[in-house]
Ligand binder design. Structure first.
Ligand SMILES: C[S@@+](CC[C@H](N)C(=O)[O-])C[C@H]1O[C@@H](n2cnc3c(N)ncnc32)[C@H](O)[C@@H]1O
Length: 334
């Protein structure tokens, strides 16, 4: 048996040696001069053909970029100025695009809850047309208003804290962007001054719930460092009170919006006091209870600027919240 195996092994290795020699003879060290010339000729022809294809492509690319891009959107489109392809992209329920930390980010980040103006611009382009009017009743340092200026919309804001309005104005000057009116005061009152059904799109970002257990569950140093309370001097409040306040603001915003107009609301969930607070769901329910507001979507924005943390390690699972919700509502028939 062993002899038989050795014989088979010899036959197979002889066969492989022969094949290897054959290949070397044809293409290896003993390659004929004529074969070399033919191969080189073929290769250089191939290079010339490839070069001309690439040149052609380049030419087409440069020609294309010189021509003004024709934007075609459906004449029946009463909502925005997006083409079909842009519309398809815009209805995605997850935003994973990375937004730059620009537009005087350092100045604006004194606020702590500022949103990227380009993200606001992208949302405004989905829910309004050029020249239409956007409202932010909780304007902060003006993410929405800056976004509106970037895409040629009109805008108006309301903000409780004058400090944030001044920063917004400063940013407009430094960036050379159109400055919109920001009314200083409580949105609950000031919204009544805005003409009814004059707004095409509401884009806003709610103030965080300043949780009443905050100082019980976090060290005082962490609390001092926390950005969450930075942009609002209010005292701590219960979740119910926070929801009531938000519902009141959105009830007052409702009459300003045109019929069939949309509203988008940024809201982040929280992990505090050893539990996850599904604030986006609570807020979605509260706004849906306002007659006429119909919820249309919940967009998840992956906020790339958020740092990962290792709270809980190595004992317990605590999530690193790197997303925010953007709740979408439409004003429909009562
Ligand atoms: C999350 S921040 C908005 C940040 C904004 N998106 C930006 O990019 O700067 C919410 C803002 O609402 C303001 N605010 C809170 N309660 C308010 C009220 N009742 N009326 C008007 N503004 C209020 C806060 O001062 C805070 O600046």
């Amino acid at each position: 048996m062993l002899k038989k195996i050795i014989n088979w092994y010899k036959i197979i290795s002889e066969f492989y040696k022969k094949v290897e020699k054959d290949i070397n003879d044809r293409y290896g060290g003993r390659m004929s001069n004529q074969l070399k010339i033919n191969l080189e000729k073929n290769n250089s022809e191939k290079i010339i053909i490839e070069d001309s294809i690439n040149e052609n492509k380049k030419e087409k690319r440069t020609k294309k970029s010189k021509e003004p891009k024709e934007r075609k959107y459906d004449s029946r489109n009463k909502l925005n100025n997006l083409t079909g392809a842009e519309w398809q992209y815009a209805t995605k329920t997850v935003i994973s695009k990375i937004y730059p930390t620009n537009m005087q980010h350092k100045l604006r980040s004194q606020h702590g809850g500022q949103k990227p103006p380009e993200l606001c611009e992208d949302l405004i382009k989905i829910f309004s047309k050029e020249g239409q009017k956007v409202l932010d009743p909780l304007a902060g340092v003006g993410g929405t208003l800056l976004g509106a200026a970037l895409c040629d919309r009109e805008a108006i804001g309301i903000e409780l804290n004058e400090k944030w309005i001044n920063i917004y104005k400063e940013v407009c000057k430094l960036e050379g962007l159109k400055e919109f009116e920001v009314i200083n005061g409580d949105a609950n009152e000031k919204l009544k001054e805005i003409q009814q059904e004059s707004i095409d799109f509401i884009l806003t970002d709610v103030p965080y719930w300043i949780m009443d257990q905050l100082n019980k569950t976090r060290s005082s140093a962490a609390e001092r460092k926390s950005k969450l309370s930075k942009f609002n001097d209010k005292n701590l409040q219960s979740k119910e009170d926070w929801l009531k306040e938000m519902k009141s603001i959105f009830s007052n915003a409702y009459p300003t919006l045109k019929k069939n107009g949309y509203m988008a609301v940024f809201i982040g969930d929280m992990y505090r006091g050893k539990e996850y607070h599904f604030l986006s769901a609570d807020l979605a329910k509260a706004i849906s209870e306002i007659d006429g507001f119909v919820m249309k979507s919940d967009i998840i924005w992956h906020d790339d600027s958020k740092m990962l943390h290792i709270y809980g390690y190595p004992f317990a699972y605590i999530p690193s919240l790197i997303h925010q919700h953007i709740l979408i509502f439409r004003k429909e028939d009562l």
